[in-house]
Design a protein around this ligand. Structure first.
Ligand code: SF4
Length: 81
């Protein structure tokens, strides 16, 4: 399944566009996730309007790797569950 590094993600939608299984959703960062960001991550979040990618349908992932290659911020990695 994909794991998004919210300190790197800038909510640019590349993962949403490329995933054949609609795993991703880009939306405003949850307050609890915002609190956990690094100092630099908070600054980036402010600059990009607080938009990040979440994986509400991670169970649909087929580990094709397209999102990992597409992400311009290198914010996604695949992990085994
Ligand atoms: S690895 Fe493939 S199926 Fe899984 S989230 Fe990324 S693009 Fe979607």
């Amino acid at each position: 399944m994909p794991v998004v590094d919210l300190n790197r993600c800038e909510g640019k939608d590349a993962c949403v566009a490329v995933c054949p299984y609609d795993v991703f959703e880009v939306r405003k960062i949850d307050p609890s996730d915002y609190r956990d960001l690094s100092f630099v991550g908070k600054i980036k979040s402010y600059v990009h309007g607080g938009m990040v990618a979440y994986t509400p349908h991670a169970d649909q992932c087929r580990a094709c790797g397209l999102c990992v290659k597409a992400c311009p911020e290198r914010a996604i990695k695949l992990v085994k569950i």
